[in-house]
Design a protein around this ligand. Structure first.
Ligand code: NDP
Length: 297
């Protein structure tokens, strides 16, 4: 029997915990605040930002939305970040990526006050994660950890294989797997586009995380019997639907589910966790900045 993991159910539990923490903070006069900054006309980015705003409303977090014309000079964005860093009602700042080409992404990430960096991408927070003293774990890999924990999937001593080495998913995912403690202690392999004999590596996985952005690239023949398969990929492929496309993962669900002991679907797997963990980090940020303790699991 293969377990089809319900990411929405795991995210619901996390949102309930986050809401309870937001209430604790509110009782002490602190309303957690998340600022979203959009410097793009891209429809998908607009959708992501509005989903994040809705999630804030659902969990007792105040959201402050800022839009900057993508033709404005980069300094307009940098100055806005400075203003948000100085605003005590804002505990978390999220600049929706991608930013226009004339904006330096590294400058954006470094400009955000590390205490308000709820994405966990500032070099200080990356360093803390790597050294085993994470402040804000990046949302998607943290969400994967939560999915595994919610399904009592042990990582200790297991072979974990991560396909993808991006700064937002692959690298932090692997870093979480190698940390000491719960959700870690896995023997971890990172694969990428230059990896040779990829199937050999993925077949060695007890836990396989696919985050390559290549539709259905992980096929049944690349997975061992009984593996846990977590599909981070979200890819638009042409389809005979009303919208003319459908969303598929990096995993070929049909063939892999025949082998896996547990698998996340797309959509409805990892995706809901990413936003839930952003809310989690925002409440944590509010707690750290106000010195009001909260009980975040
Ligand atoms: P990136 O494009 O930044 O990174 C992709 C990684 O996959 C790179 O390291 C690349 O290798 C590697 N890769 C690409 N092709 C292959 C291949 N054929 N074999 C092995 N490795 C390969 O993507 P992201 O990490 O940002 O995102 C990955 C996927 O996850 C995307 O589909 C994205 O939409 C999705 N995503 C989903 C989220 C969610 O909430 N569910 C959140 C974030 C992302 P190299 O470094 O050598 O180029």
């Amino acid at each position: 029997m293969t377990t089809i993991i319900d990411g929405n159910a795991v995210a619901d539990d996390i949102r309930a915990d986050v809401s309870a923490c937001a209430e604790t903070l509110a009782d002490e006069g602190v309303t957690p605040g998340l600022a979203t900054v959009l410097m793009s006309d891209d429809g998908a980015s607009e959708t992501y930002v509005s989903m994040k705003q809705r999630a804030c409303a659902d969990t007792g977090i105040e959201s402050f939305h800022h839009e900057i014309d993508p033709d404005e000079p980069a300094e307009v964005l940098y100055d806005r970040i400075d203003d948000l860093n100085a605003d005590p009602s804002v505990h978390g700042i999220l600049v929706q990526m991608p930013v226009p080409d004339h904006v330096d992404k590294a400058t954006v990430l470094e400009r955000i006050d590390p205490m308000k960096d709820v994405d966990g991408f500032h070099p200080e927070n990356v360093g803390r994660l790597v050294s085993g003293n994470a402040r804000y774990k990046p949302c998607t890999p943290h969400g994967v950890q939560k999915i595994l924990a919610a399904h009592d999937i042990e990582t200790e001593g297991k072979d974990a294989v991560v396909v993808g080495r991006s700064d937002i998913v692959g690298k932090p995912m692997a870093n979480l797997f190698i940390q000491y403690g719960p959700g870690g202690n896995a023997t971890t392999t990172i694969c990428h586009s230059r990896t040779e004999n990829l199937g050999e590596k993925t077949r060695s996985a007890d836990i396989l995380v696919a985050a390559a952005g290549v539709p259905r690239m992980i096929e049944g023949s690349m997975v061992s019997e009984g593996a846990v398969v977590i599909d981070v990929g979200v890819n638009r492929v042409d389809a005979d639907t009303e919208k003319g496309y459908e969303l598929v993962g990096d995993v070929d669900f049909g063939s892999v589910r025949e082998k896996a002991s547990a698998i996340t679907p797309v959509p409805g797997g990892v995706g809901p966790l990413t936003i839930a963990m952003l809310m989690y980090n925002t409440v944590k940020a509010a707690s750290l900045q106000s010195d009001v303790p909260v009980d975040l699991p």
